[in-house]
Design a protein around this ligand. Sequence first.
Ligand SMILES: Nc1ncnc2c1ncn2[C@@H]1O[C@H](COP(=O)(O)OP(=O)(O)O)[C@@H](O)[C@H]1O
Ligand SMILES: [Mg+2]
Length: 229
Amino acid sequence: MTGRQTLLGLENISRSFDRGRIRALSGVNLALRIGESVALVGRSGSGKSCLLNIASGLDRPDEGRVLWKGLEVTGRRRWAALRHSSIGIVFQEFHLLPTLTGRQNVELALVGQSGKDIKGRVDRILGQVGLTEMADRLPGELSGGERQRVALARALVREPELLFADEPTGNLDSVNADAVASLTFDLHRQRRMALVIVTHDPSLARLCERIVTIVDGRVSDDRPGGGIA
Ligand SMILES: Nc1ncnc2c1ncn2[C@@H]1O[C@H](COP(=O)(O)OP(=O)(O)O)[C@@H](O)[C@H]1O
Ligand SMILES: [Mg+2]
């Protein structure tokens, strides 16, 4: 693990809400290395989603810096383009567009990409998540596990270097949760894609190379997990 280049750096990140009355993050420092897997754990309300939102560029910190491969990107316009091509996100609530089929939801992630082999790329990722047969159904015609696999395909079709998954199995029964989790880790390994997964499931956290614990908006612990680099 040592020696691997830092992919995303968070330096002294703070974020508060309600004019400072709610301090969601206080001086967080975290470096994510190329290809590594990190479990982000901590109680509900500790700041995990806030941290992911800032790390993925969906939100801006009040203080601190975000660096991508050593380049400061906090609030910069180039961060929008960089994160679009380099970062995938999966949420607990799948956030699929209900009037589009599974395939169309995935295709949407490639809008604006140069036209080469869009269909082939979408077909390949749908196959990898095991949805080839179901791809032309609407989200309402899919099970929770299938919907999350569509969301995973949508996040991965641009071949990001980093995937954030915010409690991706939190809305699934245990069978589907296991299937989505093992699929996520398979893709992480196959592609050497860095993975940051927020989870309450200790067995999932142990699959990661590193377990980072957040308490009251701060990193309180950062230790190796059982995952193999
Ligand atoms: N948009 C927001 N407005 C006000 N408070 C927020 C907002 N987002 C998060 N918070 C607060 O920030 C804290 C951290 O939230 P969050 O990052 O969602 O926690 P976690 O994901 O660990 O459960 C909580 O106290 C939450 O209520
Ligand atoms: Mg959360």
